[in-house]
Write a protein that binds this ligand. Sequence first.
Ligand code: ATP
Ligand code: MG
Length: 365
Amino acid sequence: MATHNLLLLPGDGIGTEIMAEVKKIIGWFNARGGATFETDEGLVGGAAYDAHGKAISEEDMAKAMSADAVIFGAVGGPKWDGVAYDVRPEAGLLRLRKDLELFANLRPAICYPALAASSSLKQDVVEGLDILIVRELTGGVYFGEPKEITDLGNGQKRAVDTQVYDTFEIERIARVAFDLARTRKNKVCSMEKRNVMKSGLLWNEVVTGVHDREFKDVELSHMLADAGGMQLVRWPKQFDVIVTDNLFGDMLSDIAAMLTGSLGMLPSASLGAPDAKTGMRKAMYEPVHGSAPDIAGTGAANPIAMIASFAMALRYSFGLVAEADMVEKAISATLDKGLRTKDLMSEGMTAVGTTEMGDAILAEM
Ligand code: ATP
Ligand code: MG
């Protein structure tokens, strides 16, 4: 069976602590045989700045470009608050996203049964929830030109942001969403605001076109993004895959995140275009949360978002579906047994630390 090349970029703060738990799982797979992994490690964020004055070195960038997948921890912390803007820790993350052209951001919102009761929403609303938000990440209002603030001279200023989408950008994100839907419940809901935005009209038209030409077997529906936000909170289980633009995706994925409990639970994947020869996509997997400087070094961080991000790599980069299921089931079983890190605590439970949680998941596997 194939050996897959991973670049591990633990970063700063709890990044290194939670990456250590992923390394154990990689070691377990390698010891088992079957699909195996070769890992290389690099520096990113404050750690890279301390070592060589940049948020990521050219050498590590080159490694990221040639790896089958990048597994990223988290960057930043108060230690680097004063550093110059273009070498600040976050610049390393942005450089990776840009150079790898990661245009598709995947954020699953899964509610593990053991945590349904402690959700901010009613238990029956979130129990068994498993949806996937596919957000366009490299276009739209975040990057469109003109983007400026002009002084109008009469004590007034004018701010302009521009939403720009070309057909090809919408087509490629739509294909990612439809492809993923085929591996799930085969349903895509596309969200935009065609009633007030030209880009929404084009989005709707292009997604429909891709569907009708290439993905007729997938069930497609459309929703205005504001109504979509409302429906996500009201009855999220009506959705399977949601595909939407950069701005709406930012907001809708944060809403979906809150359905599932702690920030420490949420993984993400960012995918690029498939390689013309191999069909492999450039990809980076990272937890949704940051470097959590407030708990860094205390051994209290929840490693589940990081481990679940690695499970996404198994699923989406390598097609190792059974292996991904195995990791996710081990997480679920560990929670069923009542193990909780501090961020997941509810009354009558005692907290375990990062390594204990990692070991327990490994034991389940
Ligand atoms: P960033 O700007 O890097 O996204 P942030 O300030 O938004 O950082 P996080 O670093 O994600 O926030 O942390 C937000 C809060 O959630 C903090 O109190 C942190 O301790 C907590 N937190 C984040 N991740 C975890 C985790 N894996 N386990 C436990 N607590 C976490
Ligand atoms: Mg944040």
